[in-house]
Ligand binder design. Structure first.
Ligand code: SAM
Length: 195
């Protein structure tokens, strides 16, 4: 069945391998480009500048680095290279067939339930995508981030503020960003720091 971007049903619940279809769709936000084109443009930016942006942060020395929403591993591999001496864990509900090490293939809503995956986290990089298309999944990720990121650690949303593929991002879904403070809400990264 075709994906419905406005149903309020998380994309992963509509189709566990939804990325295969999503990359071919356009949005009202930008009917000139497919979501795949936008993702490619983001990947190009990330290869050149993600490291520079992350290096500006004062990342705590302790705690895991967690990357959600691996897809084919573009961002995950960049982040693994930025942190060669840290425990970098990837998580995705689906395996898109590209062999990537250190990834847990599970839905975050299941994995994070009942505080089962709790641990000290220095950085949580949320690549699950749009708040508008994946509200339940993003909320589970944000709750895990609130409870597990250590003081001065970071929650980085790959498509957070006015998320690039819809008109709305985290600001539409969360009135209160406690226990975080906004570091930067300029495109394409949305960075919060735990108080
Ligand atoms: C836009 S893609 C991520 C793009 C990726 N960061 C990159 O570098 O190309 C979104 C990913 O989030 C995953 N995802 C969506 N909902 C999820 C959930 N509830 N739990 C875990 N992963 C989820 C999808 O399977 C998909 O691989």
């Amino acid at each position: 069945m075709a994906l419905d971007l406005n149903s309020g049903v998380d994309l992963v619940d509509q189709d566990s391998n939804y990325m295969n279809e999503l990359v071919n769709l356009t949005t009202k936000f930008n009917p000139e480009m497919t979501i795949g084109d936008l993702l490619n443009a983001y990947h190009q930016w990330a290869f050149g500048q993600l490291e520079e942006n992350i290096n500006k942060l004062n990342i705590p020395n302790d705690g895991d680095i967690i990357v959600l929403g691996i897809y084919l591993g573009h961002t995950f591999n960049i982040i693994k290279n930025i942190f060669p001496n840290r425990n970098v864990i990837g998580i995705d509900a689906s395996d898109y067939g590209n062999p990537i090490e250190n990834v847990i293939y599970q839905d975050v809503r299941t994995l994070f339930a009942n505080n089962n995956f709790d641990r000290p986290v220095a950085v949580l990089f949320d690549g699950i995508g749009s708040w508008h298309f994946c509200q339940q999944s993003k909320s589970a990720a944000f709750e895990f981030a609130s409870n597990n990121i250590i003081s001065n650690g970071y929650y980085i949303d790959e498509s957070g503020w006015r998320d690039g593929v819809s008109y709305s991002g985290i600001e539409t879904f969360k009135e209160n960003l406690d226990p975080f403070e906004v570091v930067t809400d300029t495109s394409p990264l949305y960075i919060l720091q735990h108080k």
